[in-house]
Design a protein around this ligand. Structure first.
Ligand code: KG4
Ligand code: ZN
Length: 353
């Protein structure tokens, strides 16, 4: 079954076709990063206008690539992200998907963006050797979605069943990286540059003492926990303030040390909550998705955390970590019998979780 996926929730206009939930036949991602760089973050108005301008080209390119990859193929359904994300940006993709599904006479499947990030470890490129892990075989799992907009831990007893067990109380991990990079004058997006600088610093100064920034542990009982256990939640606002205070006091003197120390605090916070979640419930695997899962130090520390807990860590290939449409088309294969044709009447849901 070939599903055409569309993703426009934030600053990537993307389209892809995935066969049977796993095999990516084509994937086109147009990033708007150059448009938002000057502002140090995504500007919603600029994002939605750029989606409108780019979506015809992205869809046509994906369709042409699909025809080249599978000359006898037939698109069986169209899928699009309906939330969470920027409302006007989501609207562009969902409406394009409605139009495409109507014109092809196939069902439309509405997809939750965060859930799709957790599908990415199960994707592989067409023709890639070796079988991809299968979602059902990975259950029960602890899901960790870490991106620019989200930092959530999910209990996944079966594939398709999710319960939030922990989350950030303020900034998402990617946002925490982006804001720190802005403060340190490192540009946007901040995650990749902090990752690189920190890696170089650690390589040049093995065993060096880092600045002990706070590890984002919320106080038990604060109302923003909304009933979730403090041990499974994280707060990055104190960390951000600690970096600001440090820079105000000493200046941004040793940026590599600051970047490495800040990253270590973010990674330690995420790894600590993950460790706690893995102790609370017996899982078979740890599924990690989202742009921040590209972070080399986070991958290293989470792999060790999973190994210690005796669970397998499943993380996506680099090309599937950031926003893309293969994750939308791939997940849609598993959701096709749930939303089905009703998705034509679905509207965007910007604050969906
Ligand atoms: O998943 P994504 O493409 O978009 C959202 O759904 O938000 O994630 C983008 C975020 C940005 O905040 C970016 O700084 C962060 O992922 N990011 C990284 C790395 N690469 C991207 N954060 C840390 N280390 C990286 N290597
Ligand atoms: Zn995302």
């Amino acid at each position: 079954m070939d599903i055409f996926g569309i993703e426009t929730s934030c600053d990537e206009t993307a389209a892809a076709v995935v066969r049977d939930g796993t095999e990516t036949l084509c994937s086109v991602v147009h990033t708007q990063i150059p448009l938002h760089k000057a502002y140090g973050g995504v500007v919603p108005e600029i994002a939605s206008r750029a989606h409108v301008e780019k979506i015809p080209e992205v869809l046509e390119t994906a369709l042409a690539k699909y025809r080249a990859a599978a000359p006898d193929g037939k698109i069986d359904a169209v899928a699009a992200t309906y939330g969470p994300g920027l409302a006007p940006a989501l609207t562009v993709g969902l409406n394009a998907a409605k139009g495409l599904a109507l014109s092809l006479g196939v069902p439309l499947i509405a997809i939750n963006h965060i859930e799709a990030h957790l599908h990415t470890p199960f994707l592989r490129d067409a023709g890639e050797s070796g079988a991809a892990a299968r979602p059902d075989d990975a259950m029960p799992a602890l899901g960790l979605a870490v991106s620019g907009g989200h930092t959530h831990w999910f209990d996944m007893p079966r594939y398709g069943e999710y319960r939030v067990v922990g989350q950030t109380l303020d900034d998402a991990a990617g946002e925490a990286f982006d804001k720190a990079a802005k403060l340190l004058g490192l540009g946007y997006p901040g995650g990749p540059v902090i990752d690189r600088i920190a890696r170089e610093y650690r390589a040049a100064h093995p065993g060096a003492k880092l600045i002990p920034f706070p590890k984002g542990r919320p106080r038990e009982g604060v109302c923003s926990l909304s009933g979730l256990p403090a041990g499974l939640c994280v707060s990055f606002s104190g960390l951000k303030t600690a970096l600001l205070r440090h820079v105000q006091k000493f200046g941004a003197q040793d940026v590599p040390l600051l970047a490495a120390s800040y990253q270590e605090a973010v990674v330690a916070a995420i790894a600590d909550r993950t460790r706690t979640a893995l102790r609370r419930t017996r899982y078979k695997s740890l599924i990690v998705g989202g742009g921040v899962s590209l972070n080399s130090r986070l991958r290293e520390v989470l792999s060790a955390t999973a190994r210690e807990a005796g669970v397998e860590m499943l993380a996506a290939k680099a090309c599937y970590c950031g926003d893309n449409a293969a994750m939308i088309a791939g997940l849609a294969f598993h959701r096709r019998n749930i939303e089905g044709n009703d998705a034509f009447s679905i509207d965007v849901s910007p604050s969906l979780c």
